[in-house]
Design a protein around this ligand. Structure first.
Ligand SMILES: [Cu+2]
Length: 387
């Protein structure tokens, strides 16, 4: 994201225009609400580029249909909400009363469950618990008071249906505490029919697990913790009839992992201006994936030493945002990297640089490196050209 950061307004507009160009080609992949610009206090009321994908107000119309969509380079059938498989971005306000009319255009019944919202249970679409389902070709009206604020999602609670969408609820005073905000849905998507996936798992639970332990791992474990401990540990897992590497039944063997509907090749980008405060609304909309989120921040300063050359001290910090003790990943700072570069602006467009850096791993990242016998420090030389 930091490469996109610039305080040059012209560049900002230019890069947005380029992304818009790309978006026309990939319209089907990413929902219209996931613009690189996000939502700012000034765009909030106009919302020009979002078309109808960002909705607010007291009455919201939702239509559920089935359409062919392009995801991760392949077309497949998706259940969509108002034309998008990642739904509408509903921007609501704490204290308001909202009416949401859900029209089911599918040939089967569906539901919409408002995840973690506090309201009368009969309004919540949890099939068979609080709700009978919305039959094909019919409309259900959800009506409730909004009693909380924050980031939420809504999703189907019927069979293996996968449609979902984001919901951002502003506090009563309308202050979201940032100049700009981006909603980010992380999800997983397979081209296989979910009923096939389900059947294959019933036939062989490790069907999508391509990384079970091998004899090599046993040899490494014996080296690291001794024969007795290795045997004890293996016995513990087998007494539980579990595979220590089988935490997720469905893996990247069939899933494409998506950020706002885009895969690694088409990559979602967020733009911000220098000096802005930014709020990220992160939503795990996956069926079966834990996402490890980390963020890296860079700061640099230019000291001019002559007409054409600069010395540039820089620091970058990378930190995990999500804590997942189960996987030994506490949140916090993972690495700190400090460096110094020397840059020559010989040509107007391109400035070659050379520099050195020193990196230190901290916390859990350092522990992981220690356990494999690697160093927690790293030094290196960098060179390149700044365009
Ligand atoms: Cu839920």
């Amino acid at each position: 994201m930091s490469d996109q950061l610039t305080n040059d307004r012209r560049k900002f507009v230019k890069s947005s225009a380029l992304t818009f160009g790309g978006k026309t080609l990939l319209r089907q992949v990413s929902p219209a609400w996931a613009t690189p610009e996000g939502i700012t206090s000034s765009s909030q009321n106009r919302m020009p580029s979002f078309r109808d994908s960002v909705v607010s107000g007291d009455t919201i119309e939702v239509t559920i249909s089935e359409e062919s969509k392009l995801v991760a380079g392949s077309a497949g059938l998706h259940i969509t909400i108002n034309g998008s498989s990642l739904g509408l971005l509903m921007r609501l306000k704490e204290g308001q009363h909202v009416t949401i009319n859900v029209t089911n255009n599918l040939t089967e019944s569906t539901t919409i469950h408002w995840h973690r919202l506090i309201f009368p249970y009969r309004m919540d679409g949890v099939l068979g618990v609080s709700f009978p389902s919305i039959a094909a070709d019919s409309i259900f009206t959800h009506e409730f008071d909004i009693e909380q604020n924050g980031t939420y999602r809504y999703h189907s609670h019927s069979g293996l249906q996968e449609h979902l969408g984001p919901m951002a609820i502003e506090p009563k005073d309308g202050n979201i505490g940032a100049d700009r905000e981006h909603s980010i849905i992380l999800s997983d998507w397979t081209l296989e029919d979910y009923h096939d996936v389900f059947r294959l798992l019933k036939v062989a639970e490790g069907y999508y697990n391509y990384q079970p332990r091998t004899i090599d791992d046993t040899i490494i474990d014996i080296k690291n913790q001794g024969l007795i401990n290795t045997v004890k540990e293996r016995a513990m897992w087998s007494s539980m009839r579990m595979n220590p590497r089988g935490i997720l039944d469905v893996t990247g063997a069939t899933y494409a992992h998506l950020m706002n509907g885009r895969d690694l090749q088409t990559n979602w980008t967020a733009l911000c201006k220098s000096g802005e405060s930014v709020r990220l609304r992160l939503i795990d909309g996956s069926k079966m994936t834990y996402f490890d989120i980390s963020i890296s921040m860079e700061a640099e300063y230019d000291y001019r030493v002559s007409q054409t050359s600069y010395i540039q001290p820089r620091i970058s910090v990378s930190a995990s945002l999500l804590e997942s003790e189960r996987f030994d990943r506490p949140s916090g700072v993972n690495t700190i990297r400090v460096g110094l570069r020397y840059r020559m602006e010989v040509f107007r467009e391109i400035a070659p640089y050379v520099g050195a850096y020193w990196l230190k791993a901290l916390g859990n990242s350092a522990d992981n490196l220690c356990s494999t016998g690697d160093s927690v420090h790293e030094t290196g030389i960098v060179f390149g050209a700044r365009a």
